[in-house]
Design a protein around this ligand. Structure first.
Ligand SMILES: NC(=O)c1ccc[n+]([C@@H]2O[C@H](COP(=O)([O-])OP(=O)(O)OC[C@H]3O[C@@H](n4cnc5c(N)ncnc54)[C@H](OP(=O)(O)O)[C@@H]3O)[C@@H](O)[C@H]2O)c1
Length: 274
């Protein structure tokens, strides 16, 4: 299995370890994204709602990398789910980011209170056809809603909370059957993996840390992409240092056993989860 890259059927390559930028504002977003790109991350996750697209875009420009070396994801605010706002707000995002297109545009949360799902997805599909985004997808969609999305548009991913304490098998099943990939957000359970005794024990067996073990566990499972966030340069670097060791099947199974339905992000008005 290729632990570095996921390939879509059309040949599109998605770097499987990306950098998350939620709660990185202003200069912290710029500096952290730049450290991430210098470290080797080639997949950056931002959103209209993070109010840091301009800083993320500036870091990409200042990194010295060619634009086509970096996979950039942004997300539509749910309030921009109506067709006209899908187009106008994506234009604003591209302007903020300073790019002519993104690699992936997601709908951040289900937004049927704003516009019917087919309307949003068809508007996103038109942006793909017009070259403003290479791929489209959704975020925070439970499995049945995700299956509906596939009926209306060529989505490639569902970005959802996933870490050793929260499994998302029904969503993974839908994605696998359609050639898509899971994007795991909060993959470190917002830092809680660092306190887990099983992860810490396995980490000691490899001379690494529990966050590295967690990310490696994700990369050794087919179809999973992870986007850890850190504003700390040493952690940004160590979270990417996961390609020099391998977990055994027994260690993988021990980590699988940590699943306990522990959801950290469940806002009012969010979807009913599987
Ligand atoms: N689609 C959505 O609705 C959605 C929701 C949430 C997140 N996301 C995306 O997913 C990304 C990651 O999720 P997240 O930020 O919620 O959580 P996360 O990546 O699981 O965890 C980030 C937290 O863990 C800490 N941390 C990072 N590396 C660590 C390490 N090696 N050891 C110990 N602690 C460590 C960070 O602290 P420091 O920063 O202080 O190092 C931060 O507090 C976000 O940035 C965003 O891009 C998307």
């Amino acid at each position: 299995m290729d632990v570095t890259t996921f390939y879509l059927d059309d040949g599109t390559a998605i770097p499987r370890l990306g950098f998350g930028t939620f709660q990185l504002d202003g200069d912290a977003a710029y500096r952290s994204t730049l450290v991430a790109l210098e470290t080797g991350y080639r997949h950056i996750d931002t959103a209209q709602g993070y109010a840091n697209e301009a800083e993320v875009g500036r870091a990409i420009a200042d990194s010295g990398l060619d634009r086509d070396e970096v996979f950039v994801t942004t997300k539509l605010k749910p309030s921009n789910a109506a067709a006209s706002a899908v187009r106008s707000s994506t234009g604003q995002s591209l302007e903020e980011l300073g790019v002519s297109h993104v690699e992936l545009l997601l709908l951040h949360w289900p937004a049927e209170h704003v516009a019917p799902l087919p309307e949003t997805l068809e508007a996103m599909t038109r942006l793909k056809e017009d070259g403003l985004t290479r791929q489209i997808g959704v975020s925070n969609f439970p499995s049945r809603m995700l299956a509906r999305a596939f009926e209306h548009a060529p989505v490639v991913t569902d970005q959802v909370e996933h870490h050793p304490f929260l499994g998302v098998e029904p969503i993974e099943q839908v994605l696998r059957s359609r050639g898509g990939f899971l994007t795991a957000y909060s993959p470190l359970a917002r830092g809680q993996v660092a306190e887990d005794p099983v992860l810490t024990e396995i980490a000691a067996e490899h001379g690494v840390g529990p966050a590295q073990v967690t990310l490696r566990w994700m990369l050794q499972r087919p179809g999973v992409v992870a986007i850890p966030k850190s504003g700390t340069p040493e952690r940004i670097r160590s979270n990417f240092d996961v390609f020099g060791f391998e977990l055994s099947p027994e260690q993988m199974a021990r980590i699988d056993g940590l699943e306990r339905g522990h959801r950290l992000i469940d806002p009012d008005g969010g979807p009913d989860w599987d």
